[in-house]
Structure formats: structure tokens, C-alpha cells
Design a protein. Structure first.
Length: 524
């Protein structure tokens, strides 16, 4: 806490010195005491967790000789054996399947001369076959328990800091929630910069590590694009870092970007946002040790940064963020955290319940909504809309499924033998309709992006669009696969013709499905 929010220079120096000693101090403790510190994430301790393939791969690259397989927790090795069979040489099959050696013993023998742990050896074998993407699925299915020794790799809670030159002292304490939240969000952030690739990679490492030591993962960090890491300075040592995704991991229609909040270089919270036209579906997670700081102020700044970057005028919080199937959020009263910032339930009945509960809270300051009421309040989305936001610009998230249905129907219309042939035909026909003539000279990522988004656009009657509207669509189609996705998100936010056409088609498709008695996606 004092490293992230130091009040004086001396306090900063003391905190930094104490943190630097954690590792050696912990290692001198008796084994029984060290074991009681397991999974705390501090230097000198161990993290026990079943990481996904992507984080495991990151650990193999960034923390060699620090991670091992936790054989005591691997009771059923059947799925692990399926993975190992793809590594075997033909000469090894008989011994591996003989039953004479356990999976652990076989791996010990196979990696006997390897300069690293059994985990390091395993990941090296998987990396030797980069053209076999099913390894990711096989690894995750094996659900391999790992032990990560937090030594001097810089990734523990004690020393995971994004190094920068300036540290700001907090002589006047924490900042309160702005009195005019929407005005604050709409105020542009003037100091947003993009990191170089190398600094972007450093920031991604800080982000992945900040979650890994807390038994968490997110695709926003696992597949972050080092070419697209934006840093927004919101004052007093606080920066909001926004991460774009690598082109091959981007979503078909939305622009999904995660964020990390840092105070004086120390990670204190994170989240993700899906940008779609002029709306952002998002939420905030402050790490436990920083929840008593300036949470409301920080969340407003995150929304301000997203508004500055993506021009979104509507923020959406799904029920999970404030209690649906999330006991921690429910008990913490997260609903009222969002409510006080201007979020409102979209369901009229739930909105009236919230108004009634708020009236009780005002009459009796010590009043607390009971769990049953909080569960009802957490039964629908909440929206925060900025001045100028229009209901006609809202794209119901359920329509994403409807859009995917439209894409399936458009591909099927081609009548080709394979889906790949259908996809190529859709691209050719769409290119002709919008006047796109040179797409074969685009980069591989741009062509991938075009193939991804084309079925959505082709499901609309774009041939009747004006020449100007077609030119705007050409820009959008190309931007989807650019090195950075920010340009695509901004073009999407400004393309009213695409929004209205897709809204109309989704409404029509959903209504038709309901009329036929199907399980279609009708708008809320």
C-alpha cells in the first residue's frame, strides 16, 4: 500500500526497502511457516495453481527453472498421458504404455539431462511443434497442477512494478468520487500515449504477473498486443493502461480491450471492456489490498479514458459485476457502488425497486438492503449514459448472437462445398458490392480481419447504400486487421449506417424466430 500511495519520500524509501527484503526473510523461515504463506504472492513463497496453456507458456519463457509440476495434486494422469503421447518418439511407445513406469517416473527419465524443471522440459517439447494448435486444448484438458516458486524474477506482489522515473507523493490522501460523474467522464484525457513495443511487452508482463500471483487470468492480458499498449496519466501517479489484442485473437465484431490501473507503477486493479459502436461493456476489479483507497474515483477515470479513446457514450455493467452468481460482489453491495456513479437498471421494475431501496437508505443512513433484495437488483444490466447518448444507438448484446446467426445464414447461401470456400465467396461478393478492388494486396492480418467481419456486413443489403457509405465501409473492413485496433473501434463508433442496418436486421431476425416459436434472441 505505501509503495503505491506513499505520503512522503521517506515512506517510499522505507516501503521499497522492506519489500526488497521479503524474499530473503521468507526463505529463512522454518518450512512450516513458509507453507502458511503459500499462495499469498509475496516474494519467497510459492503459488499453487492450474494455469491455462497460455499463462503456462508465459511462465516457461519469463520464469525459467521456477515452475514445476505438482505431482501430489495430479491424481488422474489420463488426460496428461494423452498430451505426452504427442511428444513421444516411436521408439518410446512400448515403454510409455507398458505400465512399468508411472507418468511421473517416465517424465523424470525423459527430462533427466535437461537444464530445467520437468515443467520447463514439457513446455519446450510443446514449443517444438508450433504448427499444432491442438496442444493448447490438450494441455488445458490435462489440467496440470503447478508450483511456482517466487524468487527473484520480479513477478511477486512484493516487486512487480512497472519501472518509471516519477513517483508522486500523496500528501493530501485519497481522492473522492467526482460530484459530477458524467461531466468528468466526458472531459478528455489530454495525456494518452502509446508505449514502444519493448515497453509494451514489459507492461504486459506486469499485467499477466499481477493476476497470476492472485490465481487469475484474462485473455485481455494473455493475448495483449505489444504494439498497442496505451498509457493514460490521470494524475497523482495513477495511470490507466489499455491493451489491444493481437490480430489473430480479436473478436469478430466487437473491439475488446483490457486495462490495468497502476499507482506509481504498482498494479492495483484491472478489467476489460468490449467496445461495440458507441457503447462499452465493462467493469472494475480492484485488488483486495487496495479496495480501501479511491475506488470510485479510479473507476470514473477508467471510463474517462475509454471515452477519450473510443468515443463511447454508453457504459454497460452486466449483473455478474454486482452480484449475479458472484457472492463476493453481492455481499459487498457492489450494486450501490455502480448506482451512486449514475448506473441505472435497464428493467423498469428493477429500476423502481432500486429507487425504493435508495429512499429507505436516505431515510435511515444505517439501512442495508438484504441479500434477497440485492439478488433481485442484480438480475439485469445497468447502464450509464452520457449526454448525447441515444437509445437508437444502443445495440443489445443479445443481438451479437443474432448477428452470428445472420453470418451463418449468409455463408450457407453461397452453396459452396466447404465453409472456407463460402467465406472466400462472401468476401468476393461483398468487395464487389462496396467497390473494394485491392484487398488481395492487404497484409495477412488485414485479410484475416476482412474474412472475419465480412459475413456480418454481407448479411445486409449494402448494394443500396450511397457511395459515401460504401467508402466508409471500405475503411472499416480494412481497419479490422490493422496492427492496432483503435482505428477500427473509432470507425465503428462513427458508422451510423452500419449500426442502424444491423440493428434493423437483428430485430427482424429475432422477431421472426419468436413468431416461429424458436429460441431466438429477442431484445430486452
Amino acid at each position: 500500500m505505501r509503495r503505491a500511495f506513499p505520503r512522503t519520500r521517506q515512506e517510499l524509501l522505507d516501503a521499497s526497502q522492506n519489500l526488497s527484503c521479503y524474499g530473503s526473510d521468507v526463505e529463512q523461515l522454518p518450512a512450516s511457516l513458509r507453507d502458511r504463506l503459500r499462495d499469498t504472492g509475496i516474494a519467497g513463497t510459492s503459488i499453487y495453481y492450474r494455469f491455462s496453456y497460455d499463462v503456462a507458456n508465459w511462465l516457461a519463457r519469463k520464469a525459467p527453472k521456477s515452475v514445476s509440476i505438482d505431482w501430489s495434486e495430479l491424481q488422474d494422469t489420463a488426460a496428461f498421458d494423452d498430451l505426452l503421447r504427442h511428444i513421444l518418439q516411436p521408439s518410446e511407445d512400448e515403454y510409455f504404455d507398458s505400465g512399468y513406469a508411472s507418468t511421473e517416473l517416465w517424465l523424470q527419465k525423459a527430462s533427466a539431462s535437461y537444464d530445467g524443471t520437468d515443467f520447463d522440459w514439457l513446455m519446450a517439447q510443446l514449443q517444438e511443434r508450433p504448427l499444432r494448435p491442438f496442444f493448447r486444448q490438450l494441455y488445458d484438458a490435462a489440467d496440470i497442477p503447478l508450483v511456482w516458486q517466487l524468487h527473484t524474477d520480479g513477478f511477486s506482489k512484493s516487486d512487480n512494478v512497472f519501472r518509471h522515473s516519477k513517483v508522486v507523493m500523496r500528501t493530501d490522501g485519497y481522492r473522492a468520487r467526482p460530484t459530477r460523474v458524467k461531466k468528468e467522464i466526458a472531459t478528455p484525457v489530454g495525456n494518452i500515449s502509446r508505449l514502444s513495443r519493448s515497453r509494451g511487452e514489459e507492461m504486459i508482463d506486469v499485467a499477466i504477473a499481477s493476476l497470476a500471483v492472485r490465481h487469475r487470468e484474462t485473455l485481455h492480458f494473455d493475448f495483449a498486443n505489444p504494439h498497442e499498449v496505451y498509457v493514460a496519466d490521470v494524475g497523482k501517479g495513477i495511470v490507466v493502461t489499455v491493451f489491444g489484442l493481437l490480430p489473430e485473437y480479436r473478436f469478430p465484431l466487437e473491439c475488446t480491450m483490457g486495462y490495468l490501473i497502476l499507482s506509481n507503477g504498482v498494479p492495483i486493479g484491472y478489467g476489460g471492456s468490449s467496445i461495440l459502436f458507441k457503447q462499452a461493456n465493462t467493469g472494475v476489479n480492484l485488488f483486495d489490498e487496495y479496495r480501501g483507497t479511491e475506488a470510485a474515483f479510479l473507476w470514473v477515470q477508467v471510463m474517462r479514458v475509454y471515452h477519450s479513446l473510443f468515443h463511447c457514450t454508453r457504459f454497460i455493467a452486466n449483473p455478474y459485476q454486482f452480484g449475479a452468481e458472484n457472492t463476493e460482489a453481492l455481499k459487498s453491495g457492489a450494486f450501490w457502488f455502480y448506482y451512486k456513479l449514475g448506473y441505472r437498471p435497464v428493467d423498469p421494475a428493477i429500476r423502481q425497486l432500486a429507487i425504493a431501496e435508495e429512499a429507505k437508505r436516505r431515510r435511515k443512513p444505517d439501512y442495508r438492503s438484504d441479500i434477497r433484495v440485492l439478488k433481485r437488483l442484480a438480475s439485469c444490466d445497468m447502464h450509464l449514459t452520457l449526454p448525447g447518448a441515444r437509445q437508437s444507438e444502443f445495440f443489445d448484446e443479445e443481438w451479437l448472437t443474432t448477428s452470428s446467426q445472420l453470418a451463418t445464414e449468409r455463408l450457407a447461401k453461397c452453396g459452396a462445398t466447404t465453409r472456407r470456400q463460402s467465406a472466400r465467396q462472401v468476401v468476393r461478393e461483398l468487395a464487389q458490392e462496396v467497390g473494394l478492388r485491392n484487398f488481395r494486396s492487404w497484409t495477412p492480418d488485414q485479410q484475416r480481419g476482412l474474412n472475419t467481419i465480412a459475413p456480418f456486413v454481407a448479411s445486409l443489403d449494402v448494394s443500396k447504400w450511397t457511395a459515401s457509405e460504401k467508402r466508409e465501409m471500405q475503411k472499416l473492413l480494412r481497419a479490422k486487421g490493422d496492427q492496432r485496433e483503435l482505428g477500427y473501434a473509432r470507425l465503428l463508433a462513427g458508422n451510423a449506417r452500419f449500426l442502424q442496418a444491423l440493428r434493423f436486421k437483428c430485430k427482424k431476425a429475432a422477431a421472426t424466430s419468436v413468431a416461429r416459436g424458436g429460441a431466438g434472441n429477442s431484445p430486452r
